[in-house]
Design a protein around this ligand. Structure first.
Ligand code: HEM
Length: 454
């Protein structure tokens, strides 16, 4: 009956499930003074003609599964408090209770440990009112629609910047990030058929024992659209961050450990193919319980998966919680890589080239609370060198991938890596910062009726 519910028509796509398109265009805009009615009219037409509802997304997914018919170009639209005010909603800060959203990312530097906006890319450092996302597997189709929409948009809005994402896939079709690791494995699953597939694929007989529970409650991401109260209309808070990756530094750190593939697996917490390092030994995967059906209870000292590894920092899976329900911090991650490698090495761009910049991740996430989800993970876990607070051989340090992405010339940091599989002995290694934050913003993805009724 979930599929019959009319709230699906009113909800924008990409929130409860990723749109899955390989190419994305992100148009950041600032409305010009005096064109309020033009902006409202344009948004209304966009909502009626272009925005992809979640129902439409599901229909297209089913058509693709059955007949391989490609869907329409995917579109979604997001507003900041500045955008709401411009459109006539002066009470936006009272309607939304999220202090992070109300303040904007540039006013949360201390919380996220972000660089001064003067060091962000200029287009993202400006005052942003809205973002339009256009996505398709066919880059030409996407570009054609983007051009059509931009021509009209430029009449009443200044374009802060346009960002482009493009998926990198391995031979299995899994999406990679620029360090070469499969990304997007650990996700809350909101659709019953996705949960059924997950259970069947991994031979799981008892979801009750899974410390990562994929049967997530939609409350993790959906909140009622405050301007459409009682109308079965929902939206979601949306975080966008452009994170540049220094692939050369990362690959050198991996090599300097002298542990082969295990070196990188200690940094990420998963091997390149996504297998969790805590579930492997010299022979490979120990347990076929699935790439998400695990926790760290067998590894309190971090001898198998270091506490500073990115996936252990960002989701400690019931490790040490003084009563905190870690599941309430889970977000729906929807990032996509940006930047291109040299086309001459297209067959294996990840291993053939090691750019020091110009490539990275357009990090995106949906959540019901930016404070309790994105910011909590970044601040209380990733940037906190003393998390987790348990006795361990050495101080943990910040998340080795995204901890403190703020400093312009960051000092090297020291980590103590296990010296072999499951080892209590440690190898110290000094690494540079791999990821630099280049800018971003907090948005709300309003319900479609709100946009249609402007
Ligand atoms: C998981 C890479 C930024 C939160 C992962 C995974 C990779 C990865 C390879 C493993 C795949 C998976 O478990 O789904 C990166 C890179 C980043 C980045 C290269 C920056 C350039 C971020 C940021 C956050 C974040 C900014 C949040 C503040 C997470 C979470 C998981 C994850 C929550 C899943 C952990 C789990 O449930 O086990 N990331 N990530 N990541 N990342 Fe990131």
């Amino acid at each position: 009956d979930f599929a019959q519910n009319d709230f699906l028509k009113k909800l924008q796509g990409n929130i409860l499930k990723g749109h899955g398109r390989d190419h994305t265009t992100h148009v950041f805009m600032h409305f010009r003074v005096g064109y309020e009615q033009d902006a409202r009219d344009w948004i209304k037409t966009l909502a009626a003609e272009n925005l992809t509802s979640f129902r439409q997304q599901l229909k297209e997914r089913d058509l693709f599964k059955k007949h391989k018919t490609p869907g329409n170009v995917f579109c979604s639209f997001y507003l900041t408090p500045g955008g709401y005010k411009y459109l006539g909603f002066g009470d936006v800060e009272d309607r939304f209770e999220d202090a992070a959203f109300n303040a904007g990312m540039k006013n949360r530097l201390d919380i996220n440990q972000d660089p001064d906006p003067q060091q962000w890319e200029e287009g993202l450092a400006g005052d942003i009112h809205a973002m339009l996302l256009i996505a398709d597997d066919d880059a030409l189709k996407m570009g054609k629609l983007a051009k059509e929409l931009l021509v009209k948009l430029e009449f009443f809005a200044e374009i802060n910047t346009v960002e482009y994402g493009s998926a990198i896939r391995n031979a299995n079709g899994d999406g990679l990030e620029h360090f070469g690791y499969v990304d997007g494995i650990s996700q809350p699953l909101f659709l019953k058929d996705e949960v059924d597939d997950y259970v069947a694929d991994h031979g799981i007989t008892d979801l009750g024992t899974a410390h990562f529970d994929p049967t997530a409650d939609t409350d993790l991401v959906l909140i009622e659209d405050p301007y459409e109260a009682g109308n079965n209309s929902f939206g979601s808070f949306f975080v966008f961050r452009k994170l540049e990756q220094n692939v050369k530094e990362f690959k050198e750190a991996e090599k300097n450990l002298g542990l082969g593939d295990l070196g990188g697996a200690y940094i990420v917490g998963r091997f390149e193919d996504g297998s969790p390092v805590v579930l492997t030994d010299e022979e490979g995967m120990i347990n076929s319980g699935g790439y998400n059906n695990f926790d760290y209870s067998s590894d309190p000292s971090g001898g198998k998966c270091p506490h500073f590894a990115h996936v252990r920092k960002t989701n400690p899976r019931h490790d040490f919680f003084n009563g905190d329900d870690h599941k309430s911090h889970i977000m729906a991650r929807r990032g996509i890589p940006f930047g291109h490698r040299n086309v001459n090495t297209a067959l294996d761009p990840i291993h053939a080239q090691m750019p020091t910049g110009g490539v990275g991740l357009l990090f995106m996430s949906y959540q019901r609370s930016i404070e309790n989800q994105f910011e909590f993970i970044q601040n209380a876990w990733s940037n906190n060198a003393s998390f987790p607070p348990i006795p361990k051989p050495d101080d943990t340090g910040v998340d080795i991938i995204i901890g403190h992405p703020h400093v312009t010339n960051p000092p090297p940091r020291n980590y103590n890596f296990p010296s072999d599989y499951g080892a209590d002995t440690r190898t110290p290694l000094t690494v540079e910062q791999f990821v630099t934050m280049k800018g971003g913003e907090y948005f709300f993805a309003p319900s479609i009726p709100f946009l249609e009724n402007l």
